[in-house]
Ligand binder design. Structure first.
Ligand SMILES: [Zn+2]
Length: 114
């Protein structure tokens, strides 16, 4: 359900935006979705397809979803590393003082139109 709410609001944003221009259709949308958002790219794509079918603007739109891996920086040794499966500590010095630097992303990166 979370995914479908996200797609609804993204579609709303895109529709509002393209209204300002003489756009015939949206050809491609690129989303960036961080791992920490817990949104499933497959579900997002499926939700988008359902919504897009009913919109002339979005009927032939290719949705590209880029998943951003969860990355953290160790506050102790300064290393940046990928966080695997909830291991929230530094793999280099085992320190638990880490700061999330990537993975919270959730935005529309590009919209291509015709
Ligand atoms: Zn460290």
């Amino acid at each position: 359900m979370h995914e479908s709410a996200m797609i609804d609001s993204f579609v709303q944003i895109i529709e509002d935006k393209v209204k300002e221009y003489p756009v015939k259709k949206v050809t491609k949308i690129k989303l960036k979705v961080g791992k920490l958002t817990c949104l499933c790219p497959g579900t997002l794509a499926a939700c988008f397809e359902t919504v897009a079918q009913e919109k002339d603007l979005l009927k032939d739109t290719v949705l590209e979803i880029e998943e951003v891996p969860l990355k953290a920086k160790c506050k102790e040794c300064g290393q940046v590393f990928l966080v695997e499966e909830n291991k929230f500590f530094c793999p280099f010095c085992q320190h638990p003082h880490i700061q999330i630097v990537a993975g919270r992303e959730l935005f529309i990166e590009t919209v291509e139109v015709e």
